[in-house]
Design a binder for this molecule. Sequence first.
Ligand code: PLP
Length: 400
Amino acid sequence: MARDKKSKPKTKISDASLATTLGRDAKAFIGAVNPPVYHASTILFDTYETLKNLPDSVPYTYGRFATPTSQALTDSIAHLEGGAGSFLTPSGLSACVLALISAVRAGDHILVTDSVYGPTRQFCDSYLAQIGVAVDYYDPAIGAAIDEQITDKTAAVFVESPGSVTMDMQDIPAISAAAHAKGAVVLMDNTWATPLFFKPLQHGVDISIQAATKYIVGHSDAMLGVVTANAEMYDKVKQHHRLFGLCAAPDDIYLALRGLRTLPVRLQQHMANALHLAQWLREQPIVREVLYPALPEAAGHALWQRDFLGASGLFSILLEPCSDKAIAAMIDNMRFFKIGYSWGGYESLIVPFDSPRVLRFCEQSGHAGARLLRLHIGLEDAQELQQDLKEGFERLTSTG
Ligand SMILES: *Cc1c(COP(=O)(O)O)cnc(C)c1O
């Protein structure tokens, strides 16, 4: 077949190359590889005439709306997510809030996965309930049967896969199809996979949420959220982003841009280390179950394999019943796994969880009395991390 040189099809660029090239414009900034950090609130206009006749195409009119620094990040994430546009917020939680308030109004009904990030649930139960939005929680394993719970008042379905702490996988394409069939939109917290390991908008999601605090920033030194909308939801998200006065600090945006450059290599290493440790952990007598969808025996493995492009470094383990004292003997004295919330930085973390939902999950999955530890597997040497856990289990079992 003859091919016109001018219309040569563009080869698709890989995410690894995109992460290093998106959002850069050396010519605009003295040839510097990285865009500068604009500290700007006021943007000056030459004359009253210019101010009066500002065309919509003028990119920068006020610091809260955009600067070249924020634009570099929003353009990059929107491209990786395949969205119409992205919006920055001061934290991951405020990104969840922005997505929710953009999608529901007083009198609406919303369906939220029972495995949702705890503070997102609190926002739904307190604020959304208070403004007259009815909130129902559904079993994350529901799949296409969510159809039965969608009423003519249901405006949105909120998904998170894998879900926080218990790591339940969800059938995003099936849920999206059921929601769209009845006119509801789908919002997804995609923090665990990042836009590199799962593409929500390609699987039917309308609004994708990232706690960039986690893997995108990647160094435990800034808080940031990103909301990416498809073409249908773009105007609504933009409107609410403005109404709520949301924006992010320039230095934090810069840290996210810097993090983005190494996100592909960091994620590969988090995945390699996490797989190594998950495989070792499932052989340990004290470990009842490893909740990591990348393991072949994991409940959500088939969905993960069908839809995801990789697995990040966060998972949970269920331990045989043991005392608080035994847990403390283990986690108080770790060499590398430190005790702390959040995750997605370069370092390993360990936290016990015993919320009512986690206790219910353990009961329902036949693990009543089990103790849940959430691990974030960092970029340290995998053998040394394994040794750290091995010694921790020895302290735990000898404490009783
Ligand atoms: C941490 C987290 C958030 C909130 O991010 P912050 O930046 O801490 O506000 C939202 N969703 C998920 C799944 C998270 O793990």
